[in-house]
Design a protein around this ligand. Structure first.
Ligand SMILES: [Zn+2]
Length: 264
């Protein structure tokens, strides 16, 4: 898999003696989680994994060179059963996903490290990340953090509809890939679908509402796209990437400074 992680911050490029020399209390380890799943007719299966690596790599490059932050190899497979029925989707169950995170947390803790952030770029994993961040804190006394997507970047220029419901293979994801791996984007194969209309609020919404319905992609979008990729540009992708990387770097810096509790 292509990587934008700076070599000097790639944990798996170290040998064990170099790991042993890292300061245990201050070092922040970043565990990326993403997915291998359908992204419509125009984006590759690895879209969420590529975006994770792209954003994290650019965020790490913005940190001071002496900041002790290292990226662990990503958990490529996520809980993607909302995309079942689309060839190429490789999903693991919630229990498998959580077990992998638990075991990696145990490994990090047994080596003496104290700070772990799970950086996630697949929506189907989000609830599980929040569960595991707390469970790893409770079981191993790790100071754990959860970090999601573009860390609150604003995506200037998106329509209200795309901002609300363009959450899979839509304008933002397509723009990120146009800016980084345009050879993996099939611009002749764009399709557009929305899971809901932001101008017609219903009592039961798919996301972000007090009352929700559980959805599968095949209920909504035969092509697998939820959003509209057609306005995506490499220029917007590059600008949003820089803005997201700045937000992510600020969050990582705050995690470096966050106090370890007396119990740790
Ligand atoms: Zn995606």
């Amino acid at each position: 898999m292509k990587t934008w992680i700076p070599d000097a911050r790639n944990f798996a490029y170290l040998n064990w003696k170099q790991v042993d020399a890292l300061p245990r209390e201050s070092t922040l380890l970043v565990l990326p989680t993403a997915a291998i799943e359908q992204h419509g007719h125009h984006l590759p299966l690895a879209t969420d994994t590529l975006i994770n690596n792209l954003l994290l790599g650019h965020a790490l490059a913005k940190l001071p060179t002496n900041a002790p932050v290292y990226a662990l190899p990503p958990v490529h497979y996520g809980k993607s059963n909302e995309h079942i029925g689309f060839p190429g989707t490789l999903s693991v169950s919630a229990s498998t996903f959580m077990a992998v995170l638990r075991d990696l947390g145990a490994s990090v803790s047994s080596a003496g490290f104290k700070r772990l952030v799970i950086y996630n770029t697949h929506g189907g994993n989000t609830a599980l990340i929040d569960v595991m961040a707390r469970d790893l804190r409770a079981e191993f006394k790790l100071r754990t953090f959860a970090l999601h997507g573009s860390a609150g970047a604003k995506f200037d220029g998106l329509t209200v509809q795309e901002r609300a419901y363009g959450f899979h293979a839509g304008e933002v994801e397509t723009a990120y890939l146009l800016a980084s791996v345009p050879e993996l984007v099939d611009r002749s194969a764009y399709t557009s679908n929305y899971i809901a209309d932001v101008n017609k609020p219903e009592l039961l919404a798919p996301e972000f509402a007090p009352a929700t319905f559980a959805w599968l992609t095949r209920d909504i979008a035969a092509s697998g796209v939820m959003g509209d990729p057609r306005p995506a540009t490499a220029e917007n992708g590059a600008r949003w990437l820089d803005q997201a990387a700045t937000k992510l770097a600020a969050a990582l810096d705050a995690m470096l400074r966050f106090p370890l509790s007396p119990a740790s």
